[in-house]
Design a protein around this ligand. Structure first.
Ligand code: HEM
Length: 538
């Protein structure tokens, strides 16, 4: 193939920008010299030692020795696919984001993942699933880095290393917490009780999806949307699968883990290659942007809380179709780098303290994982918008930047980088007022309610879903070596629901404790049940 000539920063034409995998009809060295033999090293006679001068041998082995990069510190196990997002145009009243304008089509790449397992772990384990979408919009890349559960374990990003350490394999025995020894996980979630709501989702059927194609996705945090008039609303993102929400039964999942640990990625690739393209509808819950940042008494900055769909319907804004499997797992699925800060004009962040920490963490980890500051030049990470930045040099720099004055404004390269009209299209930081308050290491009091929404979830389940939840808590807690941890978790369950607590306690052969605080008075949200989660027929 002919070399491509475009780089993210506009190399002079004629400079090959993309290293093609295979060119020409003949096997060559990395320098393009044709090879006669790649099966025998150069030796001092047929029985002699290998010669240091054998460049082909050393090049082949050296490159192989460096084939691996670090796996992701979380979400290491995943599978991705390409697709297209087509907007309905229903969101233009609340956001100026161009990719949400009516009938606008945007290329996307989606990566699904488990959280805790290593890169080679099994697909059908009980865990949260990542659902990360890269929209290559003409106004800059938008990454919606979500999960298949709408809440998170912790309210402040500073605890993220702690919850992950509690869930990853023990440092001494390297046995994964999620599947065998469980003490640290249950120790954490029973001591940091804000984790109880997410834990309940994990213990429900949502923890073992049947297929990536039957998972909902959630942006989790509340975002701020800005329309063309500069007006703002608060919003939560939801993905609804066309096939409905379906899970595996625990016994099914165990069998599949043994028979086909690649079950979910195989299912995704097979479906796409058979033309059964998976589809999701993107929807938003929209809330007024008030000073309190609450809705119906729910703190919208608390990532352990949902807003029930009965109170704020999910309004459809567009449809995603995955229609192409990756050509190369490493180049696309492994090297893709998502980041919450990748936002197009019209979508902005809020002060959710979990979101704020994530804004730091992803780039930081990718600097190591992808070997330096230029990973946005890797093909899968390249924006489809024209890039004209002032970032220069660094490891793995592929762009050949022209000019002598990499600063703006300048009087040498003729650059005013902000020509008239840009104000209309440029990213706008919404000038939200920041409270005049003393610096503190503390949460707002509204973050103190840790049990009411776990109770809401439990009460919203059908009987069979409740039975699965009881069995999951019983099975998982039975794996703990430490009785005090089981007892502490039972105390949390007592504060969520006495029936749930009694059933799990009976399964563990332990007494059911009394609640230590009044049970929350919550109305069930039928929309939380998996039953009846099909798309309406077209
Ligand atoms: C990776 C979701 C919280 C740090 C991921 C991925 C997803 C995700 C989907 C996989 C991305 C991929 O496929 O490449 C979430 C959600 C969260 C959350 C929905 C809470 C609402 C956090 C927090 C931190 C964090 C609080 C740190 C403070 C990371 C890191 C990676 C990651 C370091 C690996 C990224 C990489 O190596 O490219 N997260 N996460 N996450 N997350 Fe999160």
């Amino acid at each position: 193939g002919s070399p491509e000539t475009v780089t993210p920063t506009g190399a002079p034409t004629g400079v090959p920008a993309v290293a093609k995998g295979q060119q020409g009809a003949y096997l060559t060295t990395a320098q393009g010299a044709r090879l006669r033999d790649t099966d025998h090293s150069l030796k001092a006679g047929p029985r002699g030692p290998t010669l240091l001068q054998d460049h082909h041998f050393r090049e082949k082995i050296t490159h192989f020795d460096h084939e691996r990069i670090p796996e992701r510190v979380v979400h290491a196990r995943g599978a991705g696919a390409h697709g297209v997002f087509k907007a309905y145009g229903t969101a233009t009243a609340v956001t100026r984001a161009g990719f949400l304008a009516k009938d606008h089509e945007t290329d996307v790449f989606v990566r699904f993942s488990t959280v805790l397992g290593s890169r080679g772990s099994a697909d059908t384990v009980r865990d949260t699933r990542g659902f990360a979408t890269k929209f290559y919009t003409e106004e800059g890349t938008f990454d919606l880095v979500g999960n298949n559960m709408p809440v998170f374990f912790i309210q402040d990003a500073i605890k993220f290393p702690d919850i992950i350490h509690a869930g990853k394999p023990h440092p001494d025995r390297e046995i994964p917490q999620a599947q065998s020894a469980h003490d640290t996980f249950w120790d954490f979630v029973s001591l940091h009780t804000e984790a109880q709501h997410h834990t309940m989702w994990n213990m429900s059927d949502r923890g073992i999806p049947r297929s990536y194609r039957t998972m909902e996705g959630f942006g989790v945090h509340t975002f701020r949307l800005i329309n063309a008039a500069g007006e703002t609303v608060l919003a939560k993102f939801h993905w609804k699968p066309r096939l409905g929400v379906h899970s595996l039964d625990w016994e099914e999942a165990q069998l599949i883990n043994g028979i086909d640990p690649d079950f979910h990625r195989r299912d995704l690739y097979d479906a796409i290659e058979a033309g059964a393209y998976p589809e999701w509808e993107l929807g938003i819950q929209v809330f007024p942007d008030t000073e309190e940042e609450t809705f119906a008494g729910i703190d919208l900055l608390d990532p352990t809380k949902i807003v029930p769909e009965e109170l704020a319907p999910v309004q459809p804004v567009g449809r995603l179709v995955l229609n192409r499997t990756p050509t190369n797992f490493f180049a696309e699925t492994e090297q893709v780098a998502f980041h919450l800060g990748h936002l197009p004009p019209g979508i902005d962040v809020t002060n959710d303290p979990l979101l704020q920490g994530r804004l730091f963490s992803y780039v930081d980890t990718q600097l190591t994982r992808l070997g330096g500051p230029n990973f946005s030049q890797i093909p899968i990470n390249r924006p489809h918008a024209a890039v004209n930045d002032m970032l220069r040099d660094g490891f793995h720099q592929h762009a050949v930047h022209a000019g002598v004055a990499p600063y703006r404004p300048n009087s040498l390269d003729g650059g005013n980088p902000f020509p008239a009209g840009d104000a209309e299209h440029a990213f706008l930081d919404v000038p939200v007022t920041v409270a005049q308050a003393p610096k503190v290491r503390a949460n707002p009091a509204s973050f103190d309610d840790h049990f009411s929404q776990a109770r809401l979830f439990w009460l919203s389940m059908s009987l069979v879903e409740q039975e699965h939840i009881v069995r999951a808590y019983t099975f998982e807690l039975a794996k703990c070596y430490h009785q005090a941890i089981k007892e502490r978790q039972l105390q949390c369950l007592a504060n969520i629901d006495p029936v749930l607590c009694a059933q799990v306690a009976a399964g563990l052969g332990l007494p059911a404790p009394q609640p230590t605080e009044p049970l929350a008075d919550v109305a069930p949200s039928p929309a939380l049940s998996q039953v009846g989660r099909e798309w309406p027929a077209d």
